[in-house]
Design a protein. Structure first.
Lengths: 241, 241
């Protein structure tokens, strides 16, 4: 039985199978050993995610080895600017992450939950980005998200992970170690470019490896072509029917 | 419950989540409405695939709406050249496709099965490609696959589909309608470039639409952000818990 790796998150997860996407790269990486299941909900914050988490994963019947929980980019939208609708206070963000974790753990007791912090915000990139939300035109000239706010949510996410003994990927810090992260990793100040996707993919692969879910640790589904005996190929399949 | 779309095939399926891959594009297309499940087995022909089909799909517990069955590129390897091991005679290829279809239909009676023909072969591209199979060094200077052989398997695939009332994607014919298909769509004379992947993706989307599995026909999983009432967002989730 192939295990599944579930990606639960907001738009950065929903678009993870787009060009150069971290989800597609994961599915490619585990092409013979695990299913990568997409559960990304654009625009969602943890308040809404916590409410729907049970339903979001209800149709996943296979054994789930790991879930990435990647929220916070919308929670961190400022409460007095254009995307106020999405804002969730910091304390509630932490409670919601705990509730999501508890729900996943109840459903799959041995599941590895990996929390991912919100990415950094490039405020200049946000301002250049034409707002896609029909009701959110804001003429203040101020971005609806700031990197300082994202920082607070990233720290909170790491703290929840530490308290509960979970793995965390601090993508907020990781990305900012690269000079030029603003335009290199973020296409609109928030969502990932193909290069940004690559950084996240690497971090997820590393976290999965750390959780004993590396390629080497997972058995390949059915015999690899290179292991098939050329003199008696059908023999390789005799115990697979 | 999200339905699943299963991709069952050889290496062209196994690598469908690589750069620009048709599988990743499908998963992106259906990101909120269906799961795309990868069951690609590099090097496999229909003889081996028919033996393992039951096991390959055993772990898929969700409702499966459609399966693409994409074999023939290996069956069509010539019996007297470097990849003879993979060769399957034409009549057996057809029997194996029927057996795979019967197995899928028994497991999911209302499943839509889409047969995909092998792609065309660019013999020049094959000869330039360093053979990756350790035991298959062939000093004849002749390619192990020819476009004429692929044509016969493509026709047989279309014929099986017609006889059994299945949808078929004749990617062998479709690709050759484009001048320069040899290098534009095939990276090594057989496997798809990102542009070749795009052609196949379009055909699969069209076939799924024809089977009433278009984006419009499938409900979105959980409320879309654009449908959430900004004055009372939580209301949208009240019946989703």
């Amino acid at each position: 039985m192939r295990p599944s790796i579930v990606l639960f998150g907001d738009s950065i997860t929903e678009e993870a199978f787009g060009e150069g996407g971290w989800g597609a790269s994961l599915a490619n990486h585990y092409s013979r050993s695990a299913d990568v299941v997409l559960r990304g909900y654009s625009g969602y914050n943890t308040r809404w995610a916590a409410r729907v988490a049970g339903r979001a994963v209800a149709s996943i019947a296979s054994p789930v080895s790991a879930v990435t929980v990647f929220f916070g980019a919308n929670d961190a939208a400022l409460p007095d600017r254009a995307c106020a609708l999405q804002h969730v206070p910091l304390a509630e963000y932490k409670d919601n992450l705990r509730a999501i974790f508890a729900l996943l753990k109840k459903r799959w007791p041995s599941v590895v939950v990996i929390l991912i912090t919100p990415p950094p915000v490039d405020e200049d990139g946000r301002l250049r980005n034409e707002c896609r939300y029909p009701y959110a035109h804001d003429f203040s000239g101020l971005p609806e998200r700031t990197n300082a706010a994202a920082a607070a949510y990233a720290r909170a996410c790491v703290e929840v992970a530490r308290q509960w003994g979970l793995r965390a990927i601090d993508i907020w810090s990781r990305m900012q170690r690269f000079p030029g992260w603003e335009k290199s990793f973020l296409r609109d100040g928030l969502h990932l470019t193909p290069r940004g996707n690559r950084v996240l993919f690497e971090e997820v692969v590393f976290a999965l490896k750390d959780a004993n879910l590396s390629l080497e640790a997972l058995p390949a589904d059915l015999p690899l072509f290179s292991d098939i005996d050329p003199d008696n190929p059908v023999k390789s399949f005799e115990d697979q029917e």
